[in-house]
Design a binder for this molecule. Structure first.
Ligand code: AMP
Length: 281
């Protein structure tokens, strides 16, 4: 049975006891409404560490959009069923109060510019909120390894930077993007899509795959324009950004360079719902 901890004090006591028994701790932070993408991270954690802890917390300081925060799907009962199914050892489901007490604010971070690209441009303060909650959770859980999905590739790079800058004693493991059969990247927000938007949403990954093919024989500008044109013609999906960037700095590239790893990143509105995805180029 997955043990449920509602307060950091009770979780800390559990972790201390496990560490005393020389167990290694794997940690998967989530915002709940768990799907197979989350479960793939937990399964990976189970292979690499003795005890797996999942957190479920919709962190208010990382949302710049009040409606997105309020409407974020909450399915705790089902989440716990799923955690039991994959034999997750412990889940931490704190209240806002348990995490922030009365001071619900984000710390300011310098992630060497990673925070100013893409999601950072379009979601103001997002990565200060992410840095704040992840740092707090790392202090509570004290994991040996924490697992993050490449679905949020920018977040993954920022967490690695957080660990480097704050000199934290743990490893960060990036895990592959888990997709629906039709290619749509799994996301808790997918359940909020209307029927017609859900049907159209696989267009995002399809376009990324075609763009990757085009990138083999065309330059950056051509692929950029091609993707923008494709979305202009699509009546249901509105492109917020598409950018081809250096995986390390996350800066947009304007020219191909064999010496850097390149990845394409995309954010799209399907009605009111914002979806992100990325692909290695
Ligand atoms: P979230 O609950 O959306 O904050 O996600 C929690 C963790 O699960 C993050 O590290 C995400 O990157 C990861 N994740 C979410 N969706 C997927 C997916 N489709 N494939 C792989 N990892 C994912």
């Amino acid at each position: 049975m997955t043990q449920i901890f509602k307060t950091q004090d009770s979780l800390k006591a559990y972790i201390s006891a496990e560490k005393e028994n020389k167990k290694t701790i794997g940690f998967v932070p989530t915002m709940g409404a768990l799907h197979k993408g989350h479960l793939s991270l937990i399964k990976k954690a189970k292979k690499k560490t003795d005890i797996v802890v999942v957190s479920i917390f919709v962190n208010p300081t990382q949302f710049d959009n009040k409606e997105d925060l309020e409407k974020y799907p909450k399915t705790l009962e089902n989440d716990i069923k799923l955690l039991n199914k994959v034999a997750c050892d412990a889940v931490y489901t704190p209240t806002v109060d348990d995490i922030y007490s009365t001071n619900i604010t984000a710390e300011s971070f310098d992630f060497d510019g990673l925070e100013h690209q893409m999601e950072g441009k379009f979601r103001k303060g997002h990565f200060d909120g992410v840095g704040t909650i992840v740092k707090k959770l790392f202090e509570i859980v004290r994991p040996n390894i924490a697992f993050f999905g490449k679905k949020d590739f920018q977040q993954l790079q920022i967490i690695k930077k957080l660990v480097e800058k704050e000199d934290l004693n743990l490893k960060i493991k990036g895990c592959p993007i888990f997709r629906e059969k039709d290619g749509l990247a799994m996301s808790s927000r997918n359940v909020r899509l209307s029927k017609k938007h859900r049907k159209e949403a696989p267009f995002i990954y399809k376009t990324l795959k075609k763009a990757k093919k085009k990138f083999k024989t065309h330059d950056v500008e051509y692929v950029q324009k091609w993707v923008e044109k494709k979305f202009k013609k699509n009546k249901l999906l509105e492109l917020e950004y598409f950018t081809i960037a250096d995986e390390k700095t996350l800066k947009t590239i304007t020219k191909k360079d064999k010496n850097i790893k390149t990845r394409a990143f995309i954010a799209v509105y399907a009605g009111d719902i914002r979806l992100i995805d990325n692909i290695r180029f």
